[in-house]
Design a protein around this ligand. Structure first.
Ligand code: SF4
Length: 91
């Protein structure tokens, strides 16, 4: 109780401290809202850059058939495992 009373007295006696705390809280909330908006966009950007590194659609062995996507590496075709595929051969 003494600590609570001390905190209440500090808040009541010092209006500047309250203003600083309000400003900090507002900045923190704005930062959280900004990060909530920016974070998924950054994640999507990084993911899209990674996906564009997959070379299969320009590869000679890519069949564009869902039953057998690639005649050389069917399990790796159109996945991140195909990014540095040693069997890649351009059309
Ligand atoms: S050979 Fe490699 S790069 Fe070509 S389609 Fe198959 S997995 Fe993709």
């Amino acid at each position: 109780m003494a600590v609570l009373q001390l905190g209440i007295n500090l808040f009541n006696e010092n209006g500047g401290l309250i203003a600083v705390l309000k400003f900090s809280l507002a900045c923190g909330l704005l930062g959280l809202v900004g990060w909530t908006i920016v974070s998924p966009l950054l994640g999507a950007w990084v993911r899209a850059k990674q996906m564009y590194k997959i070379p299969c659609t320009n590869c000679r062995f890519f069949t564009n058939d869902y039953r057998l996507k690639c005649t050389m590496n069917p399990y790796a075709a159109n996945t991140e495992a195909a990014i540095d595929c040693s069997d890649y051969m351009s059309d």
